[in-house]
Write a protein that binds this ligand. Sequence first.
Ligand code: ADP
Ligand code: MG
Length: 235
Amino acid sequence: MITNQEDTIVSKARRAGRNALDENAGKQLLASYGIRVPQSRVAKGLADVDAVMNGLQLPVVVKVMSPDILHKSDAGGVKVNLQSAAEVKSAIEGMLNAPKIKGARIEGFLVEEMAPAGHELVIGGLRDPQFGPLVMVGLGGIFVEILKDVSFRLCPIARIDAEEMLAELKGVAILKGARGSKPASQEAIIDVLLKVGGENGLLMQHAADISEADINPLIVSDTAAVAVDARFILG
Ligand code: ADP
Ligand code: MG
């Protein structure tokens, strides 16, 4: 069942004439399904920074919020590991002067806590016109972009499907801690896959109003999975 809170997130975006949820709204939607997201606040501008940082644990990340900017890092719109309000302010000043950000509609700056270090995965979804929602998982970065190491299933998926999806990835050994890296918690990944693609998951519940979903990345440590970037296309 779709709760009032989720309905507000999606319908608010629609009323505002948007065809996508902004990062902040996307993360609120994920959180309403019990998926962990970083603690975050929106600063409208430099004057808000001190107030916004109150209650956030350092270090933090700052990200530009703009409907015109899809790839924030490419535009110079992401700064990680900031240790103080002063560093946050100078990161925002830098963004306001970045060529690709200057001319964009800026809706604010998302200030958020850093996720614990871990492996970067991608969990996504799309809607097939005939079969309905599909859920996808892959390893982040070059694994998805260049090697296309991803696996897909039709929703709803059960636990066994989520396990198989992970086992199918060519890079699965990396998640298990090959080459000296720490293992990523399989349980935490499966949990997110089920919350996104399972029977009562986000994609099934929102099959009518979400056409694409992208958590990129989901940062998975040996104990937790945190969705640090989220994008949902409405329609
Ligand atoms: P975009 O994909 O639009 O460039 P992201 O929000 O995905 O922007 O941020 C870019 C990268 O910065 C992420 O892939 C991740 O490596 C890092 N990052 C972003 N937010 C966090 C966070 N809260 N904690 C840790 N790392 C983060
Ligand atoms: Mg991203």
